[in-house]
Design a protein. Structure first.
Length: 75
């Protein structure tokens, strides 16, 4: 039984990616949405709405993973 660095690297990258997306990613996307909403550029309102919708969907996905994670992932 050996130590597989490849699968360890994949696991670490997966955890970091999900952590950044659901942890620091949502406030970043929200900040970009607020900045876009304050801008006077054409189309900035649509971009702002799309980014806020992404924040809401990511937050709901995080809650679903927390509540139903065992049922979804079979843990």
């Amino acid at each position: 039984m050996g130590f597989d660095l490849g699968s360890l690297a994949v696991a670490v990258i997966s955890v970091l990616g999900v952590g950044l997306l659901l942890g620091a990613g949502i406030p970043l996307i929200y900040a970009l949405a607020v900045r876009s909403h304050e801008s006077d550029r054409p189309g900035s309102a649509a971009v702002s709405v799309a980014l806020i919708a992404a924040c809401v969907l990511l937050a709901i996905a995080g809650i679903v993973m927390i509540v139903f994670g065992d049922a979804i992932f079979g843990g």
